[in-house]
Design a protein around this ligand. Structure first.
Ligand SMILES: [Zn+2]
Length: 297
């Protein structure tokens, strides 16, 4: 595709635009680029009751999440992690997809999605019907043994955690991102963490922790899809984490336009062809309506 074709839709001043105009601009972007590389983040799942880590400026709303180094290196950190997870999972595990997930699944059914790369670990895109999904940071519904690589369902881990720690079941807490929960001021030393049933190794949720690299083959697979795509559409992500931001940089390097639907600043604002500062579900639904109404194809 030529660079000239993109030049007609350069538009970085949508802050003052009406939602009607936003829907039109987003619909036009989607119509002009038949194969979209979609990248999604936490803003997609806030509507499903899963809180976001970041504020409108991309800064931390709360204490940053546990790092791989702390999790592997410190038994107390692991106890604290799994105690919070025991409580947080009860609601996180039941979260349902919302309008944003539904709209992106509809976009895929219309044949407009090359791939959906998500930074979320909740599996809600798949629950909503998206099929071509890469879970960049893994899935929280799976547990991995760091010694033998055995993978087991998170539900089985939940039952093991409950059996070993009956006193903790009465606890409730504020939900935190990624199935975590705020449980401050408790003595985590008494919390018992199960080991791998196969080899006795250390268990870890099958997600990429802060301080951990995304597996290279996953990055390469996503990169292949980006090369095949006509444009990139970012939905509900501030792109503050490099593992997601790198794809916006790569898209720009390849001369592919990048649009973002996000409330607040993104790290890639200076790379964007189009920025829609609206709530994701509404912006996408309006754009889909506009595409259907105008029969743009
Ligand atoms: Zn094992």
């Amino acid at each position: 595709m030529s660079a000239q074709r993109y030049s007609t839709i350069l538009d970085t001043t949508t802050l003052e635009g009406s939602s009607f105009a936003d829907a039109g601009r987003l619909a036009e972007f989607i119509a002009r680029h038949p194969r979209l590389f979609v990248l999604t983040g936490a803003g997609c799942s806030t509507g499903s009751g899963i809180p976001d880590y970041r504020d409108m400026d991309g800064g931390w709303k709360r204490r940053p999440p546990v790092t791989l180094q702390a999790f592997v290196g410190d038994a107390k950190t692991r106890s604290r992690y799994w105690a919070r997870s025991l409580v947080g999972w009860r609601r996180f595990g039941r979260a349902q997809p919302n309008g944003t997930h539904a709209a992106l699944a509809a976009l895929e059914r219309e044949g407009r999605v090359e791939v959906l790369l998500t930074q979320n670990v909740d599996g809600l895109h798949q629950s909503a019907g998206s099929r071509n999904v890469i879970d960049l940071h893994g899935r929280l519904d799976t547990v991995r043994c760091l010694a033998c690589e055995a993978r087991t369902p998170r539900e089985a881990m939940q039952r093991a955690l409950e059996a070993l720690n009956p006193d903790w079941l009465a606890l409730d807490a504020l939900d935190a991102p990624d199935g975590d929960a705020d449980l401050e001021g408790l003595d985590f030393a008494s919390f018992r963490v199960p080991a791998c049933a196969t080899c006795g190794g250390m268990l870890k949720p099958d997600v990429v922790f802060f301080g951990e690299n995304v597996p290279r083959d996953r990055v390469e697979r996503a990169g292949t899809h980006l090369a095949n795509a006509d444009a990139m559409l970012v939905v509900g992500s501030s792109l503050m984490v490099f593992s997601g931001y790198r794809f916006a940089r790569e898209a720009a390097r390849l001369g592919k336009p990048v649009a973002a639907v996000n409330l607040g600043r993104t790290r890639a604002d200076d790379l964007l062809t189009l920025k829609i500062e609206s709530e994701c579900a509404t912006a996408l639904a309006d754009a889909l309506d506009s595409l259907a109404g105008n029969a743009i194809a």
